[in-house]
Design a protein around this ligand. Structure first.
Ligand SMILES: *Cc1c(COP(=O)(O)O)cnc(C)c1O
Length: 455
């Protein structure tokens, strides 16, 4: 590995001086113990000084088969020797065509067409624009269907359309003057129920209310977008069983298209290939990104039903074309990685193989309730959020300026673990291939970090 290292280049210094990091307060950045990653191997990241860390958040929720995976590398190299990129605007290419078939094969059966892009945000923009245009073209009876129904505290990405359907105060409220208007349903958050009810005695009051809202706005709503089973960036908030099914039914009965944002939950993360399968949901559109290339290259796709696709067909001069496309749409290198990733799911029987891992994960997570500062622990498959609170009985939060979540992740670094919090919610999301021994090491380091941060 030494030969790859360039000792004359001080990347740490260059970064400090030149790079503006995403979702990062840069004031004080130079004072923090920043890590410059140099290479990866399986579930480990190595920095420029040779320190080794467990990648506890799959490099922001994307990594599936481990870093530097020989088979993934081989697929990428094979494709590079053919071609790296040609446009999908008016031209086709081999790996993106193969990928479309493989993606549809593992997705809800009613989805028939694939529209590529390159990030979760763009996959959402595409779903929203298509839903809007679909009803514009459907005829006069649908002319009022212009609005999108979205969930409270949703996160769908950072471009303005995806921010419009988002609902995280801290990230989104400033941009309000730039955003389009939406209709809101309440995302269930059982630990802090907005209706102050208790599950299951509540009998899913939140869902009943959402059903009413969907019905009430049926005339003006073209689509509803939601993160199925788990809301990610808002704090790893899991849905109670039955909620998603009720939302699907309400959409169906009221002629509102259902868009599932599976950007975080897709590709095995929740224990099934897509979260839609937990309650057998048939969406009209599904957004996928993060794990699609196994964590190798940026890529996204929005999958649609035949019916929606057909709504865009017509003579050239009728302007039913979907005038949308990003330059690197359907890129060959990214497609080749995504194809290989899906092949590895099959070849390694990954969805079955992670079952015991996920069971152990759930088991280890229960221990966290022994910690005084842990209020709630939520998980599905191999994604979890540990909510830290100042007072477990009143559920009082820590003062933001205490930066408790940040304290925990800095402690974790000292113990050889990379994680990133969402405020005071500690996110744990190891690569799907993590073995049980390493998972135990990871969880015990996080446990100790939470304990140490509270002192
Ligand atoms: C991360 C995320 C997005 C945005 O994806 P980017 O690739 O960061 O644009 C959208 N929706 C959900 C649910 C996500 O978790």
């Amino acid at each position: 590995m030494k030969d790859l290292h360039l000792p004359n280049i001080d990347a740490e210094k260059l970064d400090r001086e030149l790079v503006w990091h995403p979702f990062t307060q840069m004031a004080g950045w130079e004072k923090e113990q920043n890590i410059v990653v140099e290479r990866g191997e399986g579930v480990y990241l190595y920095d420029v000084h040779g320190n080794k860390y467990i990648d506890g958040v799959s490099s922001l929720w994307v990594n599936v088969h481990g870093h530097n995976n020989p088979e993934m590398n081989e697929a990428l190299k094979e494709q590079i020797d053919k071609i790296s990129h040609s446009t999908l605007l008016g031209l086709a290419n081999v790996p993106s065509a193969i990928l479309a078939e493989k993606l549809l094969e593992v997705s809800p059966k009613n989805l028939k067409k694939v529209f590529y892009s390159d990030s979760g945000s763009t996959s959402v923009e595409i779903a929203v624009k298509v839903a809007f245009q679909y009803f514009r073209q459907k005829g006069a009876a649908y002319k009022n269907k212009k609005k999108i129904i979205a969930a409270t505290s949703a996160y769908h990405g950072d471009t303005l359309g995806s921010v419009s359907v988002g609902g995280i105060e801290l990230f989104h409220s400033l941009y309000k003057p730039l955003l389009f208007e939406t209709i809101r349903i309440t995302y269930p958050y059982c630990y802090r129920c907005p209706f102050e009810l208790k599950h299951p005695d509540c009998e899913l009051y939140c869902a009943a209310r959402a059903e009413k809202i969907i019905k009430f706005h049926a005339d003006e709503a073209c689509a509803l977008i939601i993160e199925p089973m788990l809301q990610g960036a808002s704090g790893m908030i899991t849905m109670p069983a039955g909620y998603m099914k009720k939302i699907e039914r309400a959409c169906r009965e009221n002629g509102v298209l259902l868009i599932l944002d599976e950007v975080a939950t897709g590709f095995g993360r929740t224990g099934k290939m897509f979260a839609a399968f937990h309650e057998d949901i048939s969406p009209d559109a599904m957004c996928v990104a993060k794990g699609i290339t196994g964590g190798y290259l940026p890529m996204a796709a929005t999958l649609f039903t035949q019916e929606i696709y057909d709504g865009f067909l017509g003579n050239y001069w009728e302007n039913r074309t979907f005038f949308h496309g990003h330059t690197y749409t359907g890129n060959q290198l990214a497609s080749a990685c995504a194809v290989k990733s899906l092949e590895l799911f099959k070849k390694n029987d990954l969805l079955n193989r992670i079952k015991p891992t996920a069971e152990l994960f759930a088991e280890l997570l229960k221990d966290f309730y022994h910690l005084e500062t842990v209020g709630d622990v939520r998980s599905i498959g191999l994604m979890a959020g540990i909510e830290l609170v100042k007072d477990r009985h009143t559920k009082e939060r820590f003062e933001p300026r205490e930066r408790m979540g940040n304290k925990v992740i800095l402690k974790a670094r000292g113990m050889g673990v990379i994680i990133r919090p969402l405020g005071d919610i500690i996110v744990v999301m190891p690569p799907l291939v993590i073995d049980e021994k390493t998972l135990t090491v990871l969880m015990s380091a996080i446990y100790d970090s939470i304990k140490a941060a509270a002192l």
